[in-house]
Design a protein around this ligand. Structure first.
Ligand code: 5RP
Length: 235
């Protein structure tokens, strides 16, 4: 299963090369699919005069090791295109991101781009978002209180479920920004706009993993090859 899924991720990542033109300023996503893309890009990057900004320290390290020309986002923005993975996406190309803990920089980079293209394997496409627990980045200060507020307010909009601070090797997982991630197992999210609006009012939340109206295209790898999904909202 893992092997097939990786092949699908790789196929989607390679298909994204078709959207790159010489001289482009690119946002490089995070996660295994985005890393496949960074590796594929490296072969072409120099001859195409590509400049890029990374969405995580890990992607930055990889891109650097492959000789991709990297710049701080503030110097390079606006970007022409960001290519990134997702944990889940629906037919509107609303995304859940943050499985790798990079959602804040991913959202900043995508927002500073004229376009975002998602690359993913077929298993990430769902009729309704929420099977994958929603990651939320919170400041460490009194994070337990922030968690209570998330629980209370999310319940009011039909999102009830276990919320847990992400751990790695029995320690709290710390993001590139020095924050914690809360994984919220809400189950199916009845209305992503409403939930995003509610989360936007809670102090202590730095950013949440719902990406609304950012991606216009998704390249989905599967056993039959790569299919293209277009956002009905952003043509
Ligand atoms: C990282 C992300 C990734 O895009 C998401 O977790 C998908 O990862 P993968 O390509 O490894 O399945 O949002 O914060």
């Amino acid at each position: 299963m893992k092997g097939t899924q990786n092949m699908a991720k790789q196929a989607a990542a390679h298909a994204a090369l078709g959207y790159i033109s010489p001289g482009m300023k690119l946002g490089l996503g995070s996660g295994s699919t985005a890393e496949f893309f960074v590796q594929a890009l490296a072969a072409k990057g120099k001859e195409m005069d590509i400049r890029a900004s990374a969405t995580s320290a890990r992607t930055e390290m990889l891109a650097q090791s492959l000789g991709i020309a990297l710049f701080p986002l503030a110097e390079l923005a606006p970007l022409d295109l960001t290519i990134d993975g997702a944990d889940e996406l629906d037919a509107n190309l609303t995304l859940i991101k943050g499985g790798g803990g990079a959602l804040l920089r991913e959202k900043i980079v995508a927002t500073a781009s004229r376009r975002m293209i998602v690359i993913a394997d077929e298993q990430k496409v769902v009729p309704q978002l929420g099977r994958f627990p929603l990651p939320i980045e919170v400041v460490p200060f009194a994070w337990q209180i922030t968690m209570l507020h998330i629980d209370e307010r999310a319940r009011r909009v039909g999102c009830a479920g276990a919320i847990a601070r992400r751990e790695k090797n029995d320690e709290p997982f710390i993001t590139d920004n020095g924050n914690f991630i809360l994984d919220c197992a809400f189950g199916k999210i009845p209305n992503t706009e409403v939930l995003a609006a509610v989360l936007g009012t809670i102090p202590g939340i730095v950013e949440h993993g719902l990406f609304l109206d950012l991606a216009d295209t998704a390249l989905i790898g599967g056993p039959e090859g790569v299919r293209v999904m277009k956002s009905p909202r952003r043509k």
